[in-house]
Design a protein around this ligand. Sequence first.
Ligand SMILES: [Zn+2]
Length: 151
Amino acid sequence: MQKTCEICGATFECGRNKKTCSKKCSDELARRKHLAYYHEHKAECDARNKKWREDNKERYREYQHNYNVARWARDKANKVPKPKKVITWSDIYNKADRLTKLSMLSLALTEHNLGTVNYGYLSFIYGTDEYKRLEDKVFKAKEELVVDTST
Ligand SMILES: [Zn+2]
């Protein structure tokens, strides 16, 4: 005997009491029945659930905890990472004014053991080829280092 599935409408060869074509449709039918029952007996169900929560505080807390953990994990998994905005030392340096550049360069030379060149001397050679050579040294040393401003 052939029947039509109550959920998906597929025709299927059936046994006695089957109303659905597959496990999936059978589960869906059960879900809908439960939902319909809930809507028809809402006050009753809510009261029963409330009582259960009160009688099973520990289990309910555990349930809530698990639910929150699962939701947190799901949200974390779904989160699309923002591209990190990265500012390099060179970016800052290139936008800085002359005095700031001199300080930054002087500090960076010391920091990267590229020689101690004092501020006054840097100021004196500012804009010359020698100054540019020192800049290049620092740019190279700073290349790998970035400042992460995304957090
Ligand atoms: Zn079906």
